[in-house]
Design a protein around this ligand. Sequence first.
Ligand code: NOJ
Length: 561
Amino acid sequence: MKELVNKPKSLSIIERKWWHAATVYQIYPRSFCDSNGDGIGDIPGIIGRLDYLQSLGVTVLWLSPIYKSPMDDNGYDISDYQNIADEFGTLADFDKLVAEARQRGIGILLDLVVNHTSDEHPWFVESRGSRESRLRDFYIWRPPSADGGPPNDLTSSFGGSAWTLDPRTGEYYLHLFSRRQPDLNWKNPEVRSEIYRMMNWWLDRGIAGFRMDVIDLIGKEVDAGITADGPHLHDYLQEMNRETFGERDVLTVGEAWSATPDSALLYSGRDRRELSMVFQFEYVTQSWDETHGKWRPKPVDLVKLKAVLGKWQHALAEDGWNSLFWGNHDLPRAVSRYGDATGYHVESAKMLATVLHLMKGTPFIYQGEEIGMTNVSFTSLNQYKDIETLNMHRLHVEAGLSTEDFIRGANESGRDNARTPMQWSADPHGGFTTGSPWIEVNPNYATLNAASQVSDDRSIWAHYRELVSLRKQHPVIVYGRYQAWLDHHPDVFVYTRTLDDEELLVIANFTPRTITIELPDELHRRGRPLISNYSPVGEVGETLGLGPYEAFALLSSRLAP
Ligand code: NOJ
């Protein structure tokens, strides 16, 4: 009898959930597919692309907000939680999307934006009416400070003070984002129960769960200057869980810029009854400039990147769960930020996907990432549409920066990079619309588009499809124990995943150079080549040569020879 080497201890501590083996695809509806030629993506457009998504293999779609909204922040400013924005379609369209997606084995996640509403939400309209308004306490109002200025120095993520004076009542209201996004007062039990009622209304329509916008902000203690991670945050989430999705088999993921590995366990630990997982951004913000933040990003430092991702892998190894993503609608395009969008576009896009999708956690693909869409190179300010970028431009120019310099930063880090329309084909506007798109299409659509990739087995798209499918087939990808190797090597990312007698070895060259690395004895092996972006690799020994951005995974048995 052959013996198992280092048989891992109890691997069944984590209760298995359907979303552990799922891959989620994020849709930014405004930029995904326009069915009626008004230049704005819509729900019928999404329905028309369900076959595409099914063949990619994803089983969950997260839709950025589709609710009624004045679109000050492209829908993250909601004026009616129980209705659909006209430009996106109707409730009937939405129900059809849920049904058609379900037929293809795909669930729909809605974006829950409940830290704030739009200033056009009837609650806010009523609240601002008078100090005695029945709904005054739905929002956060404070009298001016002694000098007539804002109550304190809290700032908005979009720049400037987080307080705006409303002349009608002479008080300030809080908005951690734009002044058109007033923060709800979560201390008010009526606010919470209205939100839970609304959530149940959507859950009853058959959705598969929620992505929760800036959820770490809802427990804020404004007067103490605390915004993220406030003292009541987890009480509210436990209450939300009890009152809404707790008994339903759904996926919930909270956006939490403040999350640490310890707090991630509070959100997603098995005895906590809060969320399935959070999005953490530690590896994103670690490469931001100390003074200018994301507008002056530092080059990616692979040793630091590995350290942070590895720390999260270990922290949530036996309790809680990780989300895995390189991009979203707020972040630059993955291949532009972490890879090489010009010299080694295909190789580096596949390499990044390999490294991410074979870690432990639930991977999220941001629309267009599966074809390697890249950042844009806008040259003039009027090409940008994002409220954050436009506000920040004003502030940076006031502070002495030239518009030219600002544009350089925006082309690296601005949110519009992720929001240019999905590049479906080489047709005008990338096949996104027959009209005039709300934001310019990246001109590289002529060669970089989905149509040319779905029929090519060697495309980035085919590589993503393979990764999504491997996760469904191999429990070692879903549950295997993560171990990193060559932590201090500046050029390669190497890790193993181990489950029972199977071990997966993942090796990735993060540089545009051909390199040779030395591997420790424990990694020498023969096995089954699972995936690669060059020729299949079935054996590794003491030294290993890797092409620019080469990445592969090798599956082997841990049974002693
Ligand atoms: C986070 C969202 O991802 C972002 O797009 C939005 O602007 C803010 N929250 C405010 O809702």
